[in-house]
Design a protein around this ligand. Structure first.
Ligand code: TPP
Ligand code: SF4
Length: 302
């Protein structure tokens, strides 16, 4: 692709004042840091029918300062494929970015996500994972953690969280990584790396939803930090689907410190063995992969 010098000295912010995100929504931080990582690049956003599209607010105003296509759940990676194909026929360099919740990623949109990843389309797909169907009242999704109370799991979810990173790695895409809104440096580094690579890139961001998590809005970034430090949400990268790099290891922070601040986990208060067993198993797997298939310095940049 030919790189052109940006013609405008100033572009709109990605997330503008007047957006309709709830206080403490993880998307608000994620979109602002994505904006910072983009620099002068002007992306095209593709967003299915999740909270991310409601963020824009009511027509004719928009909380998004960039061209944004609203799609059905099933079609966002396919729509992004079309836009990316057209952009790649021009001299311009507009990253095409899918921004989707976990319902649209782990569940409803998984077929077209898989298809676009398998074709290695030139797209960045970012899942802001709030571990529920937030926009429709907080139902459980494939991303909901075991034990979490949602509007459809009143006794606590009995199944574990789907390993979407392993699913994406199995497509052998050039780059997959997890993002923390509690670690700006790591977040920006990974998004900038993703922007420098061609092909399908997948980023997974844990995205607090105070409304559904029954947590305090001003605790959102601290909650993500606790999820990372306790090992529940590992920070790592996967190159070409096979080479692993761990960015931050657990530091003995008890997972209870994370669970106790969210009423959705009330069934696990003083009863966190199952989720701790999940953390331990997850880390045995990650450490094994990073030992046997370590990542070398990334090389394939635009
Ligand atoms: C095919 C289809 N099924 C269900 C819905 C209803 N629906 C609208 S938003 C939503 C929840 C989406 O959850 P998620 O993708 O996790 O994003 P969030 O709302 O949490 O931001 C659902 C189920 C829909 N619009 N289309
Ligand atoms: S319901 Fe949750 S995900 Fe949706 S805007 Fe509010 S805090 Fe964000």
């Amino acid at each position: 692709m030919t790189t052109v010098t940006p013609s405008k000295p100033y572009r709109e912010h990605l997330l503008r004042p007047g957006n309709t995100n709830c206080a403490g929504c993880g998307m608000s931080v994620g979109l602002q840091w994505l904006d910072e990582a983009l620099g002068e690049l002007e992306p095209v956003l593709v967003i299915p029918s999740c909270c991310g599209i409601v963020t824009a607010g009511a027509f004719p105003t928009s909380g998004y300062g960039m061209p944004t296509a609203a799609t059905t759940f099933a079609s966002s990676p396919a729509v992004a494929t079309g836009i990316s194909t057209v952009v790649n026929m021009t001299e311009y360099e507009n990253p095409v970015i899918c921004w989707a919740g976990d319902g649209g990623t782990y569940d409803i949109g998984l077929a077209t996500l898989s298809a676009a990843a398998e074709r290695n389309e030139d797209i960045i797909y970012i899942c802001y994972d709030n571990e529920i169907y937030g926009n429709t009242g907080g139902q459980r999704s494939g991303a909901t953690q075991i034990g979490a109370v949602t509007s459809t799991t009143s006794g606590g979810k009995t199944e574990g969280k789907k390993d979407i990173m392993a699913i994406m790695a199995a497509h052998r895409i050039p780059y997959a990584a997890t993002l923390s809104i509690g670690n700006r440096k790591d977040f920006l580094k990974k998004v900038r790396y993703a922007l420098s690579v061609k092909g399908f890139r997948f980023l997974l961001m844990l995205s607090p939803c105070p409304t559904g998590w029954k947590s305090e809005p001003d605790q959102s970034t601290e909650l993500v930090e606790l999820a990372v430090r306790s090992g529940l949400f590992p920070l790592y990268e996967i190159f070409d689907g096979v080479r692993y790099r761990i960015n931050q290891r657990p530091d003995s922070t008890p997972v209870d410190t994370y669970l106790e601040q969210q009423n959705r986990f009330r069934k696990l208060w003083n009863n966190s063995e199952d989720i701790q067993a999940h953390i331990d198993a997850q880390w045995r797997y990650l450490e094994a992969m990073a030992t046997v298939f370590p990542a070398k310095a990334p090389s394939s940049t635009r």
